[in-house]
Ligand binder design. Structure first.
Ligand code: MN
Length: 271
């Protein structure tokens, strides 16, 4: 009887501790010059939203991607190079930028595993485009030479990323609207590609004032929200409104706030 009670107490304590742990949010990284890297804006945005950022180096095979995804609670697909157009069955146009086949494959494996395990995903910039292509959609390889509407707003901004450069109109019946509670958002913009045909199971939830698709989401079929801009710049600055977008990922990842308030680790001394 006593043993059973102790066992129950132990199980209860473990469950409570688990429930209060901060979720691990994996961030896909770029790869060039034999180096894996990601801008610190992503890291700080996740920290500000109450998650623990975990940088994921390029997966060399699908099993490596599956293993790391099984150990994190959510995924951010970060920005980077153009998506290889062969993945959506198009010939390259002259104004296509640099592509990185190894990174495309790695990001696709990560995303496909996340979908299989129903782990929440936030796609950012290239991460949005990669999501659309992986799930069966297509892209404009280069907006200035391919997008039918004119004039275009400045999608490849020359100013610092902390400065919004154009607006997007948000679809009211969307999770993006539920999070932001605004019908129009001022966003930054660092892309020359964009979603063309939306992947099956996804819907457009934000459009730039020139008609360029700027956000898609897959709820309830897919646990995925993906945006064309870089909200992490604003969240890193402590902008409460934009931190909410990352908090949504952390909440979808099943996280509450951490029970660890003060781990009592001493500062290393400089002698
Ligand atoms: Mn834009």
């Amino acid at each position: 009887m006593k043993r059973t009670f102790c066992g129950l107490m132990l199980a209860f304590t473990c469950i409570c501790a688990m429930a209060q742990q901060k979720p691990l949010i994996g961030i896909s990284t770029g790869f060039s010059d034999n180096t894996a890297s990601v801008r610190y804006t992503y890291v700080d945005a996740i920290v500000n939203a109450g998650g623990i950022p975990v940088l994921i180096p390029l997966a060399k095979d699908s099993l490596a991607a599956a293993e790391v995804l099984s150990r994190v609670d959510g995924l951010i697909l970060s920005g980077g190079e153009d998506v290889y157009p062969f993945f959506y069955d198009e010939e390259s146009v002259g104004s296509l930028g640099v592509v990185n086949l190894e990174r495309d494959r790695s990001d696709m494996w990560l995303l496909q595993t996340a979908v299989k395990l129903n782990k929440p995903v936030l796609g950012i910039c290239r991460g949005e485009q990669l999501t659309n292509v992986t799930m069966g959609g297509t892209l404009y390889q280069d907006l200035p030479s391919q997008f039918p509407n004119r004039p275009l707003v400045q999608h490849g901004q020359r100013s610092n990323g902390t400065l919004p450069i154009h607006h997007v109109n948000v679809v009211k019946e969307s999770r993006l609207y539920e999070i932001m509670q605004q019908e129009q958002l001022a966003v930054n913009s660092f892309h020359h590609q964009a979603v063309k045909d939306v992947a099956p199971g996804f819907k457009v939830v934000a459009v730039a004032t020139d008609g360029v698709i700027e956000a898609i989401e897959g709820f309830p079929q897919y646990n995925i929200l993906a945006v064309q801009w870089h909200p992490e710049y604003f969240a890193q600055q402590g902008d409460a409104q934009w931190i909410k977008l990352f908090e949504d990922l952390v909440i979808r990842a099943g996280g509450g706030k951490s029970a660890i308030k003060n781990p009592n680790i001493k500062q290393p001394k400089i002698r």
